[in-house]
Design a protein around this ligand. Structure first.
Ligand code: GRA
Length: 384
């Protein structure tokens, strides 16, 4: 057992930390307020190789691994949680193409995603299919050399801005989850319309609805075989969930930093408010939840780097980190009081952004379902 990060991983973390401090943190409040889409940051993170961490060098990545990717994501989220969503939107499709794509698909789609030249996304969720992925209804019907897609996807990160992405759709309804297929698509083709949606937090991460009406996708864009989409989706979610957990961890740290700084600065009743045990109780709980989340996220990432199954460990990490972020943001707001509630300080943004982690990439309830059903022997979490 070794709890030390290697020198290489420390260098990666420091690179991401410096980048976030210089390029992301100074404008985080304004980007959130103005709901600004920072395409420039997508490109810059691509230039630094952030999206290629978990992709082999001969496929255009840098092979640093999932722990490196987690450290990067944690640091970006610590500066501005919404910006880490971009990482998942590039990395999710890239990982799927790397693992399940053919040579031609990898050649065409991987470089622009990894380098951040094209904005990526992945479209799973539908109005009537959120937690229950097998219930998706968007159809893909074979027509000559194309598949024709019809249906609607909702709450899709990057939907308003994506150049390309993964779309999961039903090719054979009778087969239920075994009739779902995965496609990679150019989003600048006719038949796709987008509607931006406004939500409570992560304002610098554009989110929306995608409607496909006779949207033609060349048959060569089918990933794997027809019917393999559900398994591809579960595999993808396991990886993007890990990145999400790392983001939640970064946000928990940001909230703790803000609470500690304020405790050491603010005086009431003749002493620093950190001296009050009720605040110490909150700080102690923040530290404990955050440290537990950190160890669990790093363990899940480490397992991926050992090429070992980690679905159970990812669910445990995602659940713990999401709850740690929500707890830390709420506790920080209590400690900062009116300064926490004020939109002139970052803590209310942390709370708005933190709530997303209990919903996205499998809600906290879905993670608990996966964890409990594994423990009870009903359904193994770590499958092939
Ligand atoms: O028996 P079989 O051959 O049919 O296979 C079954 C099973 O072995 C089948 O799927 C297989 N399978 C898996 N295979 C490999 C299931 N899980 C896995 C796996 N992990 N690896 C059906 O299995 P099942 O257990 O009956 O599936 P189910 O009950 O229909 O669904 C399972 C579950 C609830 C876990 C799944 O639907 C799920 O994960 N739901 C949560 C959906 C989710 O996470 N959505 C995220 C949307 S994207 C997003 O949030 C973007 C945010 C971006 C960001 O902020 O980063």
């Amino acid at each position: 057992m070794d709890f030390e990060l290697s020198e290489e991983l420390i260098a990666v973390r420091d690179l991401a930390r410096d980048f976030a401090a210089k390029e992301i943190a100074p404008t985080a409040a304004a980007d959130d307020r103005e709901r600004k889409f920072r395409r420039d940051l997508i490109a810059k993170m691509g230039e630094l190789g952030f999206y290629g961490a978990a992709i082999r060098e001969d496929r255009g990545g840098n092979g640093l691994g999932f722990l490196a990717l987690s450290l990067i994501t944690e640091e970006i989220a610590r500066a501005h949680s919404a910006i880490r969503v971009f990482i998942n939107m590039q990395v999710g499709p890239a990982l799927v193409l790397d693992r399940f794509g053919n040579d031609a698909q990898r050649k065409r789609w991987l470089p622009p995603l990894i380098q951040g030249e094209k904005v990526g996304c992945f479209a799973i969720t539908e109005p009537d299919a959120g937690s229950d992925v097998a219930a998706i209804r968007t159809t893909a019907t074979r027509n000559g050399g194309d598949y024709v897609l019809n249906g609607s996807k909702i709450w899709i990160s990057n939907a308003p801005v994506a150049d390309c992405g993964l779309v999961y759709a039903v090719t054979d309804k009778a087969q239920k989850h075994r009739g779902i297929s995965a496609f990679v698509a150019d989003f600048h083709q006719p038949g796709i319309s987008r509607r931006e949606l406004e939500v409570m937090g992560t304002h610098a991460s554009p989110l929306g609805e995608l409607t496909f009406e006779k949207f033609r996708v060349p048959a060569e864009n089918l990933i794997g075989k027809e019917g393999e989409g559900f398994k591809i989706c579960m595999w993808q979610l396991n990886n993007t969930r890990l990145s999400c957990a790392a983001g939640a961890l970064g946000l928990a740290t940001a909230a703790r930093d803000a609470a500690v700084a304020y405790c050491n600065q603010r005086e009431q009743f003749g002493q620093k408010i950190g001296q009050f045990q009720m605040n110490q109780d909150l700080i102690a709980q923040m530290v404990v939840h955050e440290e537990a989340a950190r160890l669990l996220v790093y363990r899940a990432a480490w397992l991926a780097d050992q090429k070992r199954a980690n679905n159970l460990e990812v669910s445990i990490a995602k659940y713990t980190a999401a709850e740690a972020a929500a707890f830390a943001a709420d506790a920080a707001l209590r400690i900062l009081g009116a300064y926490g509630y004020s939109t002139e300080f970052p803590v209310e943004r942390y709370l708005r952004d933190a709530k997303s982690y209990q919903i996205v990439e499998g809600s906290s309830n879905i993670q608990k379902l996966i964890i409990a059903q594994d423990a009870l022997g009903y359904r193994k979490a770590n499958r092939d």
